[in-house]
Design a protein around this ligand. Sequence first.
Ligand SMILES: C[S@@+](CC[C@H](N)C(=O)[O-])C[C@H]1O[C@@H](n2cnc3c(N)ncnc32)[C@H](O)[C@@H]1O
Length: 261
Amino acid sequence: MLRSPRPRRPVADLPPAAGAPTGQGLARSIRLFRLFLREQTEPDLFYSGLAADAADQLAGYTELAGRTVVDVGGGAGHFTAAFRSRGADCYLFEPDQAELLSRGSTPAGAIVADGYWLPVADGSADICFSSNVLEHVADPAGLIEEMIRATKPGGVIYLSFTNWYSPWGGHEMSPWHLLGAGFAARRYLRRYGREPKHALGRNLFRVHVGPILRLMRGRADIELLDALPRYYPRWCKVVLWVPVLRELATWNLLLIVRRTT
Ligand SMILES: C[S@@+](CC[C@H](N)C(=O)[O-])C[C@H]1O[C@@H](n2cnc3c(N)ncnc32)[C@H](O)[C@@H]1O
């Protein structure tokens, strides 16, 4: 439910604009949390801030300027814009035209394409990027396979997703999905008088931290450079060592991967 607008802190208090470095400590997490509170009322501000943060994170592992970046499921193009502002040649692939048009016009150079079948040659990307797409596909392993195919040996993959048992795993139905997806959907309909945007099994799928970590660690053609809860301070990565806790507390898993062969 939308609330009436309240006085807001100035934008200057929010995450630094694209191009400004951010740390990976508690202050960053607090900034991101405050940004999340503005997702519904100021989506552009929210997504631009998140995209700037992701670009900063990625820049900790690889050079961005002059690199070819493939943005898989890039939505309205905020992430592509953040990479371009750092000098990358970024290509946005997005299957949903409504998402592409959600800011009024299609982002420059965007291509309508499915992440399972990226229209790029093998090994053409220096960086293959996907933010919050994996939980929206029926075959996460297939999407990962395709991202690896598109990345050149030595290239880097940024893969992040909201896992099902995360407090936000049910998206707009959260946290009621933890009591069952059917219950959460019915509750949403009752409360808001409309169907939720996401339906389990149609455009939202149960993706878990443990199986994805095992899948990535089990592949011989990639090296897992880092695994961490995306929005938390770096030291919180210890959460990922604890099997049940990591499903409940990770919120959003970020994997940084290098393709080796
Ligand atoms: C939650 S949005 C994330 C958008 C953007 N990456 C971000 O982080 O804000 C999920 C996106 O995944 C896209 N998507 C769903 N299925 C896909 C697929 N098979 N291949 C590529 N993208 C897909 C959706 O259209 C949508 O734009």
